[in-house]
Each structure stands twice: as C-alpha cells, then as structure tokens.
Ligand binder design. Structure first.
Ligand code: ZN
Length: 81
C-alpha cells in the first residue's frame, strides 16, 4: 500500500501488503527491495477494467515464491544506471 502526496507526486509511506511492515523511504524513494505491481486486468478476465496493486517487501516476496514453488523468470537488467 502506497501513500502519495498527489500535488507533489511524492511517495511518503509504503507498507508491505503481506506482513504490514513499513518500508524505509527517503526523499520519496523506497530504500530497500520491494516488489510493486499495478496490474490492469484485461478484457477476457472477470476483472476487466480493474487494476490490482500490490507491494511486497523482499522478505515476503522470497517467502511466497519459495513456499508456493512458483517458477519465476529472472534475467539481467541491462538498463542499470
Ligand atoms: Zn513483508
């Protein structure tokens, strides 16, 4: 869950949607690993026109992937600054 000051488009708070822990933020930037997704459901889903948002801390992300034997595709990010 994200709280953003809309006038400034600045992130002021983010909590993990699994464990509820507040993540460290400095100057509107999350200072730790976070899995954030805003997924717009498509026409053939039962949620067409809706967007699901999810923020997970890295620890919860790793646990959910591991406990559920989810096969992920991980590749190198070649667009690092
Ligand atoms: Zn968490």
């Amino acid at each position: 869950m994200r709280k953003i000051i809309k006038e400034e488009n600045t992130l002021i708070e983010m909590k993990c949607d699994c464990c509820g822990r507040t993540m460290k933020i400095e100057n509107g930037i999350v200072m730790e690993g976070v899995f954030s997704i805003d997924y717009p459901w498509g026409y053939f889903s039962t949620k067409d026109g809706e967007i699901d948002s999810l923020d997970l801390c890295e620890k919860c992300y790793d646990r959910i992937i591991s406990e559920n034997n989810i096969s992920i595709t991980r590749s190198d990010n070649t667009e690092l600054l």
